[in-house]
Design a protein around this ligand. Structure first.
Ligand code: T4K
Length: 399
């Protein structure tokens, strides 16, 4: 416990932790089961191209998210790119700017203009009341993002898409294993894309998947992830190499087998942050929606500088010095990253909530990567820094 400002590592004291605490430390299920699967893959000598582990992983995803079809891919970005192309999106697509840049890049990569929509400051999701005003004759679709694992307003988005003849794709990279109303994420829009990157709570090292209830779309996606081949020597679509390999699928299966345990730990850490930060002035924990199933994979603090007397960035600097590598996801918003800031230099004028939220967010380490004691210490550091916000701010500014 630090009691004077000089004890803070950023002001010359010793760091609170010996080792770095990361956001996104991978979860590992049963090592024995994983290694047994790896050995089997090596014995079979079938490493990729729709192998048995990929098919088993896809079946397990369908079972868990209750969707009719699933196409596993090499990563979540390729899942988005494939879905965008298979759905025939062109021209302009409406998308939030407050998301990981892959959501926008998956469109721009195919020369589709991402038209950035502002967010609701409470949910951090695309503001459904602002979507329709962005529709032009060039608009072909909407990409909603289930940010932080919370379902975005799929009903309203589907309604807008239906009334305007648009496709609805959902970036569900954060929302594996989450329900929305009576259904699991994986059943909304034309398709939903998951990520199983190492930093996701349920991982396949690198990996992604597209879930859909449209059989024709699923078949097209399957061919498109394998260069568009429909049998030997016959290519019927423009395709790419988006295949998941067998090792990744084995890791994915092993992760799904431990998913309940991962969620339990995430949930425990989230509640711990919630309780401890409730009394820290100027630091608020983003509330996850009360869905029947959630994954709690992100612990997101929002720093209100006017109350805390210290900016989010100064707090980030303070935590980093203590070896807590909190992250500013998804600062500064896609519209302030290239090529979007060059293509659309004034986009920020229509994105006041995006800009405001992006300046407040601090994503904290959670899950099995941190212990309960470490979470306690992180909360104490935040409390101490926020309680001494103005003075700490001043001292940091003088450095
Ligand atoms: N849509 C959304 C909304 C997304 O958030 C993402 C990905 C995608 C689409 C695309 O899905 P993928 O194509 O990635 O499947 C990370 C991840 O790379 C990215 O998957 C994720 N979202 C994004 C939110 O976070 P970075 O640049 O922050 O990752 P990185 O490498 O800095 O890792 C974060 C921390 O995790 C590190 O400080 C250390 C720790 N870590 C990381 C890796 C890779 C480990 O401890 N072990 C590891 O193996 O983007």
């Amino acid at each position: 416990m630090k009691t004077t400002l000089s004890e803070l590592a950023v002001l010359g004291g010793p760091p609170a932790f010996e080792d770095l605490l990361h956001v996104g430390v991978p979860n590992l299920g049963s090592r024995d089961d994983l290694l047994a699967r790896f050995n089997d893959i090596l014995d079979r000598k079938w490493f990729t191209n729709n192998g048995i582990y990929v098919r088993e992983f896809e079946a397990k995803i369908c079972e868990l998210v209750d969707s009719e079809h699933c196409v596993a891919t090499s990563n979540g970005t390729i899942a988005l790119e494939l879905a965008i192309r298979a759905l025939g999106l062109t021209g302009e697509v409406i998308v939030p700017s407050f998301t990981f840049v892959a959501t926008a890049h998956a469109l721009q990569w195919q020369e589709i203009k991402p038209v950035f929509c502002d967010i609701d400051p409470h949910t951090h999701h695309i503001d459904v009341d602002k979507v329709e005003s962005l529709i032009t004759p060039l608009t072909t679709g909407i990409v909603g993002v289930h940010l932080w694992g919370n379902p975005c307003n799929v009903e309203a988005l589907a309604d807008i898409a239906d009334r305007n003849g648009l496709r609805l794709l959902l970036d569900a990279a954060h929302a594996f294993g989450v329900s929305c109303g009576d259904h699991m994420i994986g059943n909304f829009g034309d398709a939903e894309c998951f990520s199983f990157h190492a930093t996701k709570f349920c991982t396949s090292f690198e990996g992604g998947a597209i879930a859909t209830n449209n059989a024709e779309l699923a078949e097209k996606l399957q061919l498109m992830r394998n260069f568009g081949f429909d049998g030997p020597d016959n290519v019927i679509h423009i395709g790419t190499n988006g295949k998941m390999n067998e090792m990744s699928a084995a890791m994915g299966i092993t992760s799904i087998e431990s998913i309940d345990e991962f969620v339990k730990v995430n949930h425990q850490r989230y509640e711990q942050y919630r309780a401890a930060l409730a009394t820290v002035s100027g630091v608020e924990l983003y509330e996850h929606q009360a869905t029947s199933r959630h994954n709690f994979q992100y612990a997101v603090a929002l720093i209100d500088e006017s109350t805390a007397g210290i900016s989010r960035d100064a707090l980030l600097r303070t935590l980093h010095a203590e070896k807590v590598l909190a992250r500013r996801y998804f600062y500064p918003g896609c519209h302030r990253m290239e090529p979007y800031r060059s293509y659309q230099p004034h986009a920020g004028l229509l994105l006041p909530e995006t800009e405001s939220v992006a300046s407040k967010v601090l994503v904290l380490p959670t899950g099995k990567g941190v212990t309960e004691e470490q979470v306690d210490t992180i909360c104490e550091l935040l409390r101490f820094a926020a309680n001494n916000g103005p003075e700490l701010s001043q001292r940091l500014a003088q450095m």
